[in-house]
Design a protein around this ligand. Structure first.
Ligand code: ATP
Ligand code: MG
Length: 562
């Protein structure tokens, strides 16, 4: 057995325990190979991230490999756009399959030969029952199934018919190749499952029109694992009942490599959807703005929203791997995002609901280039210049004409500190004809730049932006896409989309940002001080237009519905 260095810094879990025991027993010559097997029929979501972190994480820790294998046996639902998006997402998450990229369709030739072998062994037959009849013959959980009248066809007849299927002699749905196992098995998956079906007229994204028969998932998956020399085939719990079939195909075909299937519980995240079918529905019905809408639980949506890949990996690590059904609280995910961003996001000032402030004792036309730290705890992140001018904006929320001492912001005839700048006092409030406050007239204390005022305490600190030099931007405030913790599991409604949160996107069009943000690279996340974390949108920042997405609030402010 070759030496394998086991990295033990990661918390162990039952899968790692199985692998450790296998290594100790000298199995697989001490080598570990896992795989991540997405079907390219949609974009990856947070649930897939868990599987990616698990499979690639194990391969990394045990000096093994993780194959990226596209499970592409349903050509009518799959396409190249999805293949490319999946690759981009896996790489972005921080994992690399190096040259181990495969398609199940790479094995269509081998899979055909294995099917011929099954027929020759008397372990598979061509069946002419219709889909409805097959369902009827299958039986139920409490009743055994019935044998198909075609079950006893001769080997020679089956070989000829299967070749005819391949050669395009039969219509879609008119014939199936089925495994001959046991129609009375208590496990319905073992009741002569389909192996190959006929599909004319679809162009496969990898194999074009070469095939008009396609192998079924259960048959394809175990053999693809075996062909690739996978040692541990890790899947979600719903495949536990399919394991007998996984093993049956490999045992019956006597293949040299028989991977071990291990099941773990899928990630369910509250207020989010982790079903590709339902995510597809949101996209196709126009309920969101594409797969990478920042409200989507897709990896591309989270990337566009500004979630750091490291925070997603951290989250996947913290939730752990078990066999218990679970639903993870959204707060836990948000906290992983906040923790990461609090440490890494540079600070900046942005006024989302601007209210004009004129500093009456500040010289007209003067600009001071004030220096502000990019991070309060991390000097290595450097400083930036923030221009201070006579006319500024503060946020409407940060001013009240009258307030008690709990309101630590600006109040008429009181003082507040402008972050990174001076202490100002509000002397006068200007209102329009409707009585709405449109401007504040203030005075500043020139002795308070980086110094406490003489003889008095000023507790509040608010953010601001120069009116003359600030830049206009649109800011999109996202909230949870659903207002139900289990939108796709509510039996009282037919359609999960009724749970869409109508306020999941609020667009503010008059925001003003400090000028340093003009060069914000799409994808960089800033902490807009006192407001939250925001990221320049990768699609909407065009032709000089700036659009920022709120990644996450500073604290958990979500009001839980009753
Ligand atoms: P669908 O949503 O259509 O049922 P799927 O989520 O199973 O499909 P696949 O492309 O087959 O999509 O998934 C690829 C891998 O990701 C599989 O190994 C699957 O078990 C795993 N996976 C999918 N969803 C989750 C989840 N919520 N938690 C953990 N792993 C998941
Ligand atoms: Mg699947």
């Amino acid at each position: 057995m070759s030496e394998v260095e086991v990295v033990t810094s990661k918390p162990s879990n039952f899968i790692r325990n199985i692998i450790n025991a296998d290594l100790e027993a000298g199995k697989n010559e001490g080598h570990i190979r896992t795989r991540f097997p997405p079907e390219p029929n949609g974009y990856l979501h947070i649930g897939h991230a868990k599987s990616i972190c698990l499979n690639f994480g194990i391969a990394n820790d045990y000096n093994g490999e993780c194959n990226l294998r596209f499970d592409d046996t349903n050509p009518h639902k799959e396409n190249e756009e999805f293949v490319n998006a999946i690759k981009e997402d896996v790489l972005w998450l921080g994992f690399d399959w190096t040259d181990h990229q495969y398609f199940a369709s790479d094995y269509f030739g081998k899979l055909y030969d294995y099917a011929v072998q099954l027929i020759e062994q008397g372990d598979a037959y061509v069946c002419d029952l219709s889909a409805d009849e097959i369902r009827e013959y299958r039986g139920t959980l409490t009743e055994p199934g019935k044998n198909s009248p075609y079950r006893d066809r001769s080997i020679a007849e089956n070989l000829a018919l299967f070749k005819g299927m391949r050669d395009g002699e039969f219509a879609d749905g008119s014939k199936l190749l089925r495994a001959k196992i046991d129609m009375s098995s208590p496990n319905i998956n073992m009741r002569d499952p389909a192996i190959y079906r006929i599909r004319h007229g679809v162009v496969h994204h990898q194999t074009g029109s070469e095939w008009c028969i396609y192998p079924m998932y259960d048959y394809t998956h175990c053999l693809s694992d075996s062909i690739e020399g996978v040692t541990h085939s890790i899947c979600t719990l719903e495949f536990a009942d399919h394991k007998a079939l996984y093993d049956w195909f490999l045992d019956t075909l006597k293949v040299p490599c028989h991977p071990l299937q291990i099941e773990f519980s899928r990630l369910n995240l509250q207020y989010a959807i982790t079903s590709k079918r339902k995510l597809t529905q949101l996209v196709e019905d126009g309920l969101v703005d594409g797969w990478n809408d920042p409200r989507m639980s897709t990896i591309s949506g989270m990337r566009r929203r500004g979630y750091p890949a490291a925070a997603i990996r951290d989250f996947c690590e913290r939730i752990g791997v078990t066999k218990a059904d679970n639903s993870v609280e959204m707060e836990m995910f948000d906290n992983c995002i906040r923790e990461n961003l609090n440490e890494h996001a540079p600070r900046a000032m942005a006024v989302l609901n601007p209210l004009k402030v004129v500093i009456t004792n500040y010289p007209e036309g003067q600009t001071e280039q004030l220096v502000a730290a990019n991070h309060p705890q991390d000097d290595s992140m450097g400083t930036r210049i923030v221009p201070f001018t006579r006319e500024l904006y503060i946020d409407k929320e940060d001013f009240k004409e009258e307030a008690n001492n709990k309101f630590k912001r600006l109040v008429t005839d009181k003082e507040v500190r402008l972050r990174n700048a001076y202490v100002i006092r509000c002397d006068e409030v200007i209102k329009d004809a409707e009585g709405e406050i449109i401007e504040l007239r203030c005075s500043y204390d020139p002795a308070t730049l980086g110094a406490n005022p003489e003889g008095r305490k000023v507790k509040g600190v608010i953010h601001w932006v120069s009116a003359e030099q600030g830049i206009k931007a649109e800011v999109r405030l996202f909230d949870r896409l659903f207002n139900h913790p289990h939108p796709d599991n509510d039996k009282s409604v037919d359609d999960f989309t009724v749970h869409i949160n109508p306020n999941s996107l609020v667009t503010l069009t008059d925001c003003v940002l400090e000028p340093s943000l003009l060069d914000a690279a799409p994808g960089t996340v800033y902490q807009f001080e006192r407001e939250g974390y925001f990221c320049a949108d990768s699609e909407l920042c065009q032709d000089g237009k700036l659009v920022f997405n709120r990644t996450v609030t500073l604290r958990d402010t979500w009001d839980k519905p009753e």
